[in-house]
Ligand binder design. Sequence first.
Ligand code: NDP
Length: 247
Amino acid sequence: MELKGKVALITGASSGIGEGVAKALAARGVKTGLAARNVDKLKSIENEIHRAGGEAVSLGLDVTDKASVKAGIERLKEKFGTIDILINNAGIMPASDIDSFKTEEWEAMVNVNINGVLNVTAAVLPELVDKHGGHIINVSSIAGRKLFKGLGVYCGTKHFVAAFSDIMRMEVGKKHNIRVTSIQPGAVDTNLIDSISDNGYKEDMEGLRSQMTFLSPKDIANSMIYALESPDYVDVSEIFILPTDQE
Ligand code: NDP
């Protein structure tokens, strides 16, 4: 599949994996919609993409807020006319034990990692159905496949993403010619652990860095590009990508 000229919406594009994927897609001629809450960061990434000769527009939105999602998507369509690719990437991981009862963090994870995916999918999918084509990539995690102490709610949200992706693939693949990919990365070098308020788990996660070379956002972008560039009769439905040293 030729990516040049396609339009992609990338949530969580203000840092980490989303930023890396946006830059990699823009370098291939994809018109990128950069969605997240931090508009200053988005603008600076947008400027970087422009300076490199690519196309991008910043879309300040909160995936948990349906009205802001709708407004952001309308802005993207005004700018680039359509949407071909959705990358549901925004996510948070405030790790803690269940008996710490950090219930606000549980709710925030469910809101961003589950409801955020549902809100953005519900807002974009009708466009892909209408044009009878497109590709949705949902960012799950190694935690969508394996279980880890401290990640009781996070693992639940990422198992949800994997399950929702594969059922969406079954329902919209043949019927609407839409490919769906679930990607399950292991440790990637990003700001994800900044959302951890539990000092013990934050130290554990930081300690992982001394045990292995983490993946980079670029590694994740390359694997997504493999799925996106595959011929349109090929749906790379799952990608499980880990640092070589991660068990
Ligand atoms: P980062 O913290 O660097 O990026 C998270 C992104 O999500 C930011 O751009 C943030 O932007 C955005 N975001 C958070 N909440 C919202 C919201 N309510 N509305 C819109 N955007 C939001 O972490 P990563 O790049 O690592 O995370 C990206 C995805 O990858 C997540 O889904 C994560 O679970 C997953 N993942 C990460 C792994 C890792 O090791 N890093 C491994 C496996 C999966 P802003 O704050 O500006 O809104």
